[in-house]
Each structure stands twice: as C-alpha cells, then as structure tokens.
Design a protein around this ligand. Structure first.
Ligand SMILES: C[S@@+](CC[C@H](N)C(=O)[O-])C[C@H]1O[C@@H](n2cnc3c(N)ncnc32)[C@H](O)[C@@H]1O
Length: 176
C-alpha cells in the first residue's frame, strides 16, 4: 500500500492547537508517514508531536508548509494523488477501492474553518465519511483505517523508549 501524507489546512495557533495535535497523533497512530501543516507556523506543536515520536517510536514527521497550493501542485507534478476529506464528497464506502487502485503516494487533505474551492477541484477524490458534519480527526481516523484495511492496527513503532503491553485490566508499560 502506498504511503499516506496528510495536509492539514488553515491551522490557527491559538484556536486549533489541540485539534491539530490530535490530527497529527491520529495520522501517526493510524499509519500515515507525515503531516504538512499549513496556516500559522507552530513550532511548539511540531516539537510536541516530534517528542511523542521520539518516546513512542516510528519515523513520523511534521513539516510546516506556508503555501499549501504550491504543495498540492508539486505533489501532482511529482506523480502523487490527492484525496480530500469532505462531507460533500463521494461516500467512502464507494470511493475507497478506486482511491487504493494505484501505488502513487497519497496526499490526504483535511480542512479547518473554510476549505478553498481549489482543493475540491484539484483533488483526485473528494471523499465523505458519512454526509454529516463532524471533525478532521474522526474523518482521518476512519479514512486511514479503511485505506489500510485494518493492518495499521497491528503496526510496530520501532526505536521508541516506551511500549505498552496490552492487558485486560490496569496499565503496563515497558521503558527501554
Ligand atoms: C470542522 S470541519 C469544517 C468544514 C468546513 N466548514 C467546510 O467548509 O468544509 C473540518 C474538516 O473536517 C473534515 N470533515 C468533517 N466532516 C466530515 C465528513 N463527514 N466527511 C469527511 N470529512 C469531514 C473535513 O476535512 C473538514 O474540512
């Protein structure tokens, strides 16, 4: 399965720090390789997410991109494909298979307060996760889960300092 990279549009440092952090942590936990952050530059948020990766493993990255439209243009020029998650798109249960049919790297776009029309136009697929309004975090989690077909649930995160040992009751963590 090809790599998934996430573009989070329109981050506002004051209002969105928590939800954008959750977009990044969800992307990492569910198998994406990288989040491109657009909108306000937010070094503290990026450091926090990199710190989670250092402690819990894997090689997940967060990068700031001021010009999201240049990134989208370049992504397509480089042969990648773009998937935009929006409640107005085709239902994920219909669109997920066609979106997985090529091995091209994917840029998965999630919006903030307002999504410019260029995103709808340029996306290879506009995909909805239900046609009800909810959140970039839930839409991304369901998308990645369906994209990776559940394999992401058992993914190993190499090189971390902490690892959970799943138990039916209580908490068990190995510190390496
Ligand atoms: C809080 S919503 C804001 C939506 C915004 N009002 C707009 O015009 O698109 C933020 C993001 O969550 C995602 N989202 C929310 N509901 C969704 C749904 N039902 N299906 C897919 N993505 C959704 C989209 O990426 C959206 O841009």
């Amino acid at each position: 399965m090809s790599a998934t990279n996430i573009l989070r549009l329109d981050h506002r440092r004051r209002r969105d720090a928590r939800i954008t952090t959750h977009v990044c942590l969800t992307a990492r936990a569910f198998g994406a390789s990288r989040v491109f952050l657009s909108g306000d530059e937010d070094k503290k948020l990026m450091d926090n997410v990199h710190d989670v990766t250092k402690r819990w493993g894997g090689d997940f990255l967060v990068e700031y991109r001021k010009n999201w439209d240049n990134l989208m243009d370049q992504w397509k020029k480089d042969g990648g494909e773009i998937i935009h998650l929006t409640m107005y798109g085709e239902p994920i249960q219909d669109a997920i298979s066609p979106s997985k049919s090529s091995n091209k790297d994917k840029l998965v776009v999630v919006g903030g307060s307002r999504v410019p029309s260029k995103v709808y136009r340029e996306a290879d697929w506009n995909i909805s996760v239900t046609t009800q309004p909810h959140s970039e975090v839930s839409a991304l989690a369901i998308f990645l889960h369906m994209y990776y077909g559940g394999e992401e649930l058992a993914r190993k995160f190499e090189g971390g300092k902490l690892q959970v040992v799943p138990t039916a009751h209580g908490k068990k963590i190995i510190e390496k």
